[in-house]
Design a protein. Structure first.
Length: 132
């Protein structure tokens, strides 16, 4: 799940979106989970049962990732709470698991920085959902 990109500091552009949508979604979801105190979730492929993406759950059943706020039906995958986000992140060490899934080592330094950019970009929508 590794993606080679050139990231520009303080810019949530196509390259950053690609990085946190295709390889570091778990790191960004964990950073958002910690900053917003929201549950972290994973999306499961409906046929193979593989985890294909991570996000956080907003009040009202919507989800936030690097691309914005989504209705669960937007994903087309099963959505499940991550029971222990810290243990999940700790287990992402670049090795291949029993299901042949490889989770990249989380880039938490960049994830924390870009989580702030995601929060800033969607702040009004997030605030409205948190108030409800």
């Amino acid at each position: 799940h590794g993606v080679n990109v050139t990231l520009k500091r303080n810019t949530l552009d196509d390259e950053a979106i690609r990085y946190f949508n295709q390889g570091q979604c778990h790191a960004l979801a964990y950073a958002l989970h910690k900053k917003l105190e929201l549950p972290m979730v994973w999306l499961e492929h409906p046929f193979w049962g593989d985890i294909v993406h991570c996000a956080v759950k907003l009040p009202g059943g919507l989800y936030l990732d690097v691309t914005g706020i989504h209705d669960p039906n937007d994903f087309g995958y099963g959505v499940h709470d991550v029971p222990n986000p810290q243990a999940f992140i700790d287990s992402c060490d670049g090795s291949v698991d029993a299901d042949d899934l490889e989770w990249a080592v989380p880039d938490m330094y960049l994830a924390r920085h870009y989580a702030n950019l995601v929060i800033d970009r969607y702040a009004l929508d997030i605030a409205d959902l948190m108030a409800s």
